[in-house]
Ligand binder design. Sequence first.
Ligand SMILES: *Cc1c(COP(=O)(O)O)cnc(C)c1O
Length: 475
Amino acid sequence: MKTIFEKSNNVPGITLCDEEAKMDFLDSKFFRTSEIGLPNVSELEALRHYKELSDRNFCIEKGFYPLGSCTMKYNPKVNELLASLEGFTDLHPLSDDCDCQGALELMYKLQEALKEVTGMDAVSLQPAAGAQGELTGMMVIKKYFEVKGEKRTKVIIPDSAHGTNPASAHLCGFEIVPVKSNDRGQVDTDALKSLIDRDVAAIMMTNPNTLGIFEENVLEISKIMHENGSLLYYDGANFNAIMGYSNPKLMGFDVVHLNLHKTFATPHGGGGPGAGPVGVVEKLKDFLPAPVVDFDGQKYFRNYNIKHSIGQVKAFYGNFSVLVKAYAYILMMGQNLKEASENAVLNANYLKEKLKNAYLLPYDEPCMHEFVLSGEKQKHENGVSTLNIAKALMDENTHPPTVYFPLIVHEAIMIEPTESETKDVMDDFVKVMLKIADEAKINPEKVISAPHSTPVKRIDETLAARHPNLKFVQE
Ligand SMILES: *Cc1c(COP(=O)(O)O)cnc(C)c1O
């Protein structure tokens, strides 16, 4: 495939220095003297070019997308329609409160809904992603201890955690103390106890954790931490597993982030935009980023009067259109959010049982919304790695699961079907996974050299992220 510049004809490109465009008030030294080098293609050629590019993209509308930890559920199209209403898209973020009551009401009611599902006492909608929610939460925790006059320097993080957890805590100046998991894939409480001292500010946990396993000792952990005067941070990326069944407050957490682009069906991938609202318990309310949206019984308003606020973490009030979509989803689902979690868990357990004989299942426990297999059997017996298996799935119109994460499972294959998929779709996935496991035995070369059907085959993934070669087409 050619780049759009290669498709460009030889007619001289556009120069934005037409005599007519020159205006009296602009000094001539600012005038462009050379062509700006835009491609010369017709409108229809441009359209075809971008359609061709988009056809190469894999998306949830194209096939099964069991990317563990990412909750690639169906994003209802009606949410897009609602977010594109003129009243929302034409609204200036600096409008006076009295001129944007509708938007403020929506944000307020979304805050209330998120308070209800998490059990928290106050919510900020500002952070633009889960990772930014983590950073916000860590800043809140840091300031809380500062104001209290306590010097606490450490944050404990399980070895199964998502990489953003230690990154966020580190960025906030904390020292990271890893705590190991036990043989059931859960935080080892004895190991945790041995790490506790007065320097510990908090523990960051994900529950269910990144193995898809519910941390059964979470109440004991909460007690250990609180008795030490420490706080508990809940990474809500796996919230899709527990909606309506439990919440971080019941588990004893003090700070929470949610990923609206995971649990609450706003589109993600390709780098954004997302939303990672943060909820806190009463005693941390005064530390949230300002403004939060409040209601005085008559009108909604942006409240900047937050005593110990950590300040603003995002321009204006967060990714507003994402908030509209998540709010629409919550209203549409209502009580059925509980059923969504139920089906997400059921689907994951179904796939786990169907696949656990062909692939190694390192933690053979009932799972929540996702589970982690290992490709070690294929690697040792057939020389076929998890990466090879992931690439072979691409030939089957299936997005590969998350691989090589969590780090505590060798050759990890992390599968999250979500509630959106039917039994038929999952049965097809099982067939494909079993076929690849068979092929690994009979014809390992074929799996090792996969993918065979994609325009680009194997690339250096690290280099490609730093120096993308957009022209590159492999034969
Ligand atoms: C996705 C994820 C994050 C980070 O969230 P982003 O919205 O991608 O920044 C953090 N923790 C876990 C467990 C996740 O799955």
